[in-house]
Structure formats: structure tokens, C-alpha cells
Design a protein around this ligand. Structure first.
Ligand SMILES: *Cc1c(COP(=O)(O)O)cnc(C)c1O
Length: 410
């Protein structure tokens, strides 16, 4: 059967199809960038209006108590906890992924005294590496960056902490969280996982994996909105030993006693720093309500169907165009995006695609990246996107000056 017929059949039997109408999606666009910025759900826009006009505008500062703004970070965290199989009080929503990395890397190094190396891998997201480098230089540790295949050999008795991203932001390659955590811990290292490109796209079980720490992003597959607060995970067994250096008043044991000296709060609350951004947090909290009753196994199945279908469609429509697949074909080894190295000016190819309503993104030096968010994408869109990519490449429609001019955000 043809690709379009297959797609129609898969859409007709898609158990998640009903969720698409929960989102505000502009007509005429196939949005394959939800792994970078998820779209708004209708309920998020309603909640923003209610919180801004009704709560902020109506009750002003009393809202911290009467609308329980003060525990919104914990309430949002409980919803994320379900998505990664953590206990509700092992997750906190706060700050950005980068800032949470800083807090947890510093805490982890202090918990593994005598070891002074942070190990990560080449190709990890730059912010993760930059933050690790910054913490290392602040406390006299060092950052070692190994090739993925050499991580095991690099896990020597100097490694205090292994910091990895679950899904590679460029290639989409998926790490085995359980296996890698076990290996690193057997060598005496702690392990911190960055779940930015996996949470909301698949089942994650930090409890089964016995992960030491994790962080993740609120604005990608969780659809919390641009710059949405991120989250962090610290298991109960570590919480009272872990001390993070951004000792703000929100992490104090008695915030409103206004004591002169810092005493960390018990439990996960000590990982807060300052005042949470309530509007952003309310948007994220409303977006997280969409996951009520959604089976993550179903989300993963659809994600694999979409990415598989896209690769098949690109094989067919883009044959001979010189694209090189960077993403593993084997389902167990990939996340929810698919990337190709472009033969010529990938930036211009992506601009030409965007001009035709297919929104993916470009990652230097030559990568065309397409994200597949299972909550709102259809199989038909997936095939259509590949057909338009084929057209752009075969006709060289990308080869125009206006598509070559680089914008700041790619
Ligand atoms: C998106 C992403 C981030 C983003 O960090 P911010 O602090 O939100 O800018 C960090 N790490 C990884 C792996 C990401 O994919």
C-alpha cells in the first residue's frame, strides 16, 4: 500500500487523535518543531488570562495565599513526577534547565568528595557542557568530554559525576538510562540525566533506573510556553545530603522567619532559589493537565510510528537527493525526532521548507531536524512533510538568496 493510504489508516486508528483539538495550531503549517517549542493548548491561554486578570489583577498580593501561588511549583511538579515515574515530592519545578544543571552538578560534586571529574559526552547539548565547565572552574574540578563509545573507558575512579542527555539533540540517539546508570554507579560515580528531549515523548522511569539526579525542560514536549520553568529530580534518598549553592530564600527552612543565616529546607524545597515566575508556571501547570489519563506507552508507540513513517517517506520522496540519515533506524535507539545531514546549504533548505509551511529546524553545521510530538501530529502530515522536502530538494527551490540569509535563531 502507498504511504498516504497507510497514513490515513494509522490516523483513523490513532488512540491519541482526539488530543489534537486541545491545541491552537495555525492553519496551513505542519509543525515539526514541538521538540524545541511546543504549541499552546487552548486551556493554557484561558488559564493565563484567568491568572493575569482574575488573580493578579483581582487579588494582587493576596494571591500567594488565596490562589495558592506559593505551592504552584510543587503542584506542577507532581504532574511531571508521573511522567518520569518519580514520587511527587522528588520533583520540583523551578528556574531553567541550565540553572537546574548548575545546582545539581554542584550538589553532586559535594556528595562525592575525593573525586574531581565531571564526565560528559561529545555532542551533549552545549549549555549542559558550558554549565559543567563553569561549575568545574568554580570549585577546582575538571570537565572531561568523551566520545559516546568511549564513555565506559572514561569512567575511572576520578569521576564524581556523569552528566548525559537521554536523547541526543542532534541525532536523536537514545541512551539506555538503566544500563548506563548501573555502569557508572558501579564505578562509584553519580549520574545526572537531562531529559529535555525525552520527557513527554516516551515512558521514563527514573525510579527503576535508580538515577541520582535529573533535569528537564518545560517548553518542549510539555508545551509549557516559551521560557517555561524547567524541573529537577532528586530522589528521597539524596535529598537531605544534597546542598545546592543557589541558597535563595525560597529554599530556606523558614522562609518568612527572615533569619540571618541560611538553613536549607527539608526535602525537595531546598532546591528552589527565588520567587517563581507565576504566569509562566501557571501556563506550564495548565499544559500539564493535558497528560491526565494519557498513557505514555501509547505516546511512545505513536512517536515511533511517526518517526518510522517519516523515514520511509523520505526514503521514497527524497531518493537520490543526497540526504544522510543521522538518526538510528532501530526504534529502541531513538527519541522522537529525525535528523538528516543535508548535502548542500541545509540552512537554506530548512528556510525553503518553512516558507512552504513545513516547520522544522536547522542545527549547525548541516543538520535538518524534524521533531514529532505525538499529542497533536497526524500521520498524514508526516507523509506530506516528506513529500514537500522531496520537492524542495529535487527542484533546488532552496537555492535562493532570501533562504540563505541567516536569522539569529535557527
Ligand atoms: C533544550 C535543552 C536545554 C535548554 O536549557 P535552557 O536552560 O532552557 O535554555 C538544555 N539541555 C538540553 C539537553 C536541551 O535539549
Amino acid at each position: 500500500m502507498g504511504l498516504r493510504e497507510d497514513a490515513a489508516e494509522l490516523d483513523a486508528s490513532d488512540p491519541l487523535a482526539g488530543l489534537r483539538s486541545a491545541f491552537l495550531l495555525p492553519p496551513g503549517k505542519i509543525y515539526l518543531d514541538g521538540n524545541s517549542l511546543g504549541p499552546p493548548a487552548h486551556r493554557v491561554l484561558e488559564r493565563l488570562d484567568a491568572v493575569a486578570r482574575g488573580e493578579w489583577g483581582g487579588d494582587l498580593i493576596a494571591s500567594w495565599n488565596c490562589h495558592r501561588w506559593i505551592d504552584l511549583p510543587r503542584r506542577a511538579a507532581a504532574k511531571i513526577a508521573r511522567l518520569i515515574n518519580a514520587a511527587p515530592d522528588e520533583v520540583l519545578v523551578a528556574d531553567s534547565t541550565s540553572v537546574n544543571l548548575f545546582k545539581l552538578i554542584a550538589a553532586a560534586l559535594a556528595m562525592n568528595p575525593g573525586r574531581r571529574t565531571i564526565l560528559s559526552e561529545r555532542g551533549n547539548f552545549p549549555s549542559d557542557l558550558y554549565i559543567a565547565e563553569g561549575v568545574a572552574s568554580l570549585i577546582g574540578a575538571r570537565l572531561k568530554i568523551a566520545h559516546t563509545d568511549a564513555l565506559e573507558a572514561a569512567l575511572d575512579d576520578g569521576v564524581a559525576l556523569l552528566v548525559l542527555s537521554h536523547v541526543d539533540y542532534r541525532t536523536g540517539r537514545l541512551h539506555d538510562i538503566d544500563g548506563m546508570t548501573r555502569l557508572a554507579q558501579a564505578r562509584g560515580a553519580l549520574v545526572l540525566w537531562d531529559l529535555a528531549h525525552s520527557v513527554g515523548a516516551m515512558e521514563i522511569d527514573v525510579t527503576r533506573a535508580k538515577a541520582d539526579f535529573a533535569v528537564g525542560c518545560g517548553y518542549k514536549y510539555l508545551n509549557g510556553g516559551p521560557g517555561a520553568p524547567a524541573f529537577l529530580y532528586v530522589p528521597a534518598r539524596h535529598q537531605d545530603k544534597a546542598r545546592q549553592p543557589l541558597q535563595g530564600w525560597f529554599g530556606h527552612g523558614a522562609q518568612f522567619a527572615f533569619e540571618e543565616r541560611y538553613r536549607p529546607a527539608a526535602g525537595i524545597a531546598r532546591f528552589q532559589c527565588g520567587t517563581p515566575p507565576i504566569l509562566s508556571l501557571a501556563a506550564l501547570d495548565a499544559a500539564l493537565e493535558l497528560w491526565d489519563g494519557v498513557a505514555l506507552a501509547e505516546v511512545r508507540r505513536k512517536s515511533l510510528r511517526l518517526t518510522e513513517l517519516f523515514m520511509r517517506a523520505v526514503d521514497e520522496y527524497c531518493a537520490g537527493a543526497g540526504l544522510r540519515l543521522l538518526t538510528p533506524r532501530i526504534g529502541d535507539r531513538r527519541g522522537s525526532h529525525v535528523s538528516y545531514a543535508a548535502p548542500e546549504d541545509g540552512y537554506a533548505v530548512m528556510q525553503a521548507l518553512i516558507a512552504r509551511g513545513v516547520v522544522g529546524d536547522f542545527r549547525a553545521p548541516d543538520i535538518l531536524r524534524f521533531g514529532f510530538a505525538p499529542l497533536y501530529l497526524t500521520h498524514a502530515e508526516t507523509v506530506e512533510a516528506a513529500a514537500i522536502l522531496g520537492e524542495v530538494l529535487q527542484s533546488r527551490a532552496w537555492d535562493r538568496p532570501e533562504y540563505r540569509a541567516r536569522a539569529h535563531v535557527t
